[in-house]
Design a protein. Sequence first.
Length: 176
Amino acid sequence: MRRAKPFALLRRFLADRHGVAAIEFAILAIPLFTFIFATIEVSLMFFVNSALDASVQKISRMIRTGEVASSNLTLADFKAKICNDMLLSFECSDNLLVKVDVLSDISTVASTDPIDSSGNLTVTETYNIGKGSDYILVQAFLPWTAVVNFLTLSSAELSDGRYLLGSSVLFRNEPF
């Protein structure tokens, strides 16, 4: 009866190269796909934020030129115009929060902290378009639900897991 050497089976197992590519791919797949999905998520988030910013700039110009005052746009109409101007407006009309405030002068500008210490969104919508030569601050806030939700991009998120995109425009109304 022939007896096998104690480590012969282990040596034979380690020398076998069948399936090495599959094992190497399995080891690298998780970081690879995490990187790909994180890139897609961040790209979408920046794209939507850029679209929001461009739309708020464009539609706020309607306040500046007096077009909003002459056509009697309501807050809902103003928000709808912002959302309709965006290319990708994922649930924009349901979630967009807008503050339009008149400032007494440029030195009274203060940023709004839209998130409280518990991570809740605390924006009270206002809509005061002012009159000619008034300083106007338009702020828009859009909660963003992550498309790829299996990883967290940062700790800066709302209590419900969404992120907050924002845009602000400060201008002086033209005399109208």
